[in-house]
Write a protein that binds this ligand. Sequence first.
Ligand SMILES: Cc1ncc(C[n+]2csc(CCOP(=O)(O)OP(=O)(O)O)c2C)c(N)n1
Ligand code: SF4
Length: 287
Amino acid sequence: MTKTYQTGHPIWCAGCGHFGVQSALQDALKRSGVELHDTLVLAGIGCSGTVQNNIGAYGYHAMHGRVLPTAIGASLANPELTVIATGGDGDGYAIGGGHLMHGLKRNPNLLYLVMNNGVYGLTKGQDSPTREVSVSAPEEDPLDAMLLGLSILSTTFLARAITTRSEQLNELLLMGLKHAQEKKGMAFVEVLSPCVTYNDSYPRWMNKVYDVDADPDYDKHDRGRAFLDLQRLGEQSRIPIGLIYHGEHATLHTSLLSDIAPAHSLEEQYAESTRTHMENVLASYAV
Ligand SMILES: Cc1ncc(C[n+]2csc(CCOP(=O)(O)OP(=O)(O)O)c2C)c(N)n1
Ligand code: SF4
């Protein structure tokens, strides 16, 4: 299928940051050595979400805000699949915000890649939770999803990149992909990916980013210090990029699938438990 399937073409405005994210994802997939037929790219609804049409792996366009639970389900059903969930900041942090918290908390083996442009691009530029100068609510501060990730103690890989620094973006995506493939948990990578049509943040963001990878005093293994550093940088109107946090924690897969006996294949186990469950549900309706 992956040999005959014709991939789609980007539908983005000229200059949209999502082009850079797509090419970095393709680069990371190639360098990781994973076959496209062993890869599933899921996406939420938004300009960002159309990226899954263009990769040539298995794809799934989830309901708006529902990409993470769908991706987690796919990864649990087939733990050997390389699962990549993608989407915009509107999709992931607004309507999908609850799923983000639970995804980070459960630490499933997948890569979650969010394209942050501060707006809902597809629906013509309404404010998203990360909009810095909100048109509708100027008194509100933007959400920092890396600080949110640091505050959830089971997170294992948090990173932020910007499309204008492609080398770092490519490296962080490759590291995130490997983290998921090596079954170390959820790699959450946010990419600053400007929407040139409704919120051209290129000039602002290029001046504001602060690369923690280049700071010898920054400790990506120290959650508490990282939190304080990010808070301080935020107060100075800087946007931290780089590998924000790297740690270890039990994954959803180890806690949920470890008691499944290897005597049967996963398919058999699931088929059996699903059949029993369905029989019980049907029996409960019997009069
Ligand atoms: C349940 C539901 N609510 C609202 C919408 C309308 N809608 C489509 S895309 C979108 C936001 C897209 O913004 P974002 O996720 O940031 O992606 P971008 O387009 O900026 O890449 C919204 C609100 C929808 N499709 N489904
Ligand atoms: S509207 Fe914005 S996010 Fe959507 S394709 Fe155009 S530049 Fe990109």
